[in-house]
Design a protein around this ligand. Structure first.
Ligand SMILES: NC(=O)c1ccc[n+]([C@@H]2O[C@H](COP(=O)([O-])OP(=O)(O)OC[C@H]3O[C@@H](n4cnc5c(N)ncnc54)[C@H](OP(=O)(O)O)[C@@H]3O)[C@@H](O)[C@H]2O)c1
Length: 230
């Protein structure tokens, strides 16, 4: 469990990134709510995960605001171009004290540019933009930007580290615990939320490498003391 058997609501969870995280956490026994703008699409996505894992998987589907009302551990997996509007719409539904884990990368592809380039975000990063838009008292964490959705949706162990950034130490540690439930992943404390801007840049680099070398690249950080990886 993620510490308190809290359901994890994945907002925009019907896309490859959200589905991949849902699949891995459902396999680890976590209760998952897939969120979507459309309740039926969310339910279909939840059914798809049960088809892969089996009926014992604790996965349901709900419209995004219903998912926020049902959980206080939220993961945001929408394209950057939809992030601000969705958070404004969901603001009344987000419960006080919630944790929002933002995976958004402001790729230029969203406005017709290259996927190997990022857009400038006034606040510094998508996660910092999210922090401005959530209700007061909601802790925002940046994580999972550098994991390939293609690999997450497979069966193999991942060979990747996840760098987790937040200004809230408890939310950061909880997210590290969630990341470590993905087989092969090590979760590293990456410091303050402002470092999310670097995580997003790394994604753009990885996209470029994937195009150049036709792969699904991830990152490993070496040379830290053993406790940094635990
Ligand atoms: N794909 C990857 O390998 C990867 C890796 C790391 C991080 N990321 C980041 O994770 C996020 C999601 O990636 P993805 O590839 O899964 O994206 P995606 O397939 O383009 O979108 C995910 C879901 O977001 C919802 N959505 C789309 N446009 C929206 C809008 N304007 N407003 C509200 N909801 C909207 C859709 O769900 P409904 O239609 O069901 O509402 C869609 O299924 C992105 O920010 C991406 O940069 C992706």
């Amino acid at each position: 469990m993620n510490g308190a058997s809290r359901p994890i609501a994945i907002l925009g969870g019907t896309g490859p990134a959200g589905m991949g995280l849902a699949l891995r956490w459902a396999r680890a026994g976590e209760p998952i709510i897939i969120g979507s703008r459309d309740a039926q699409r969310a339910q279909d996505a939840a059914d798809g995960i049960k088809e892969i894992i089996g009926d014992q998987a604790r996965v349901s589907g709900m419209e995004n605001s219903a998912a926020c009302a049902a959980a206080d551990l939220l993961v945001l997996t929408v394209p950057f171009e939809g992030q601000a509007a969705l958070l404004k719409q969901l603001k009344p539904a987000i419960r006080p004290g919630s944790i929002l884990i933002d995976t958004t990368v402001a790729l230029a592809a969203g406005v017709g540019g290259r996927a190997s380039r990022t857009l400038g975000v006034w606040q510094g990063s998508s996660a910092q933009q999210a922090a401005e838009l959530v209700p007061k008292g909601v802790a925002v964490v940046a994580a999972f930007h550098n994991l390939s959705a293609e690999l997450l949706n497979g069966d193999e162990n991942l060979d990747c580290d996840v760098i987790v950034c937040s200004d809230d130490p408890n939310a950061l540690q909880l997210t590290r615990g969630l990341a470590a439930k993905i087989p092969g992943v090590r979760a590293i404390d990456g410091g303050k939320l402002e470092n999310a801007r670097i995580l997003e840049q790394i994604t753009a680099l990885l996209v470029g490498l994937n195009i150049r070398h036709k792969g699904h690249g991830g990152i490993r950080i070496t040379g830290l003391p053993a406790e940094a990886y635990q």
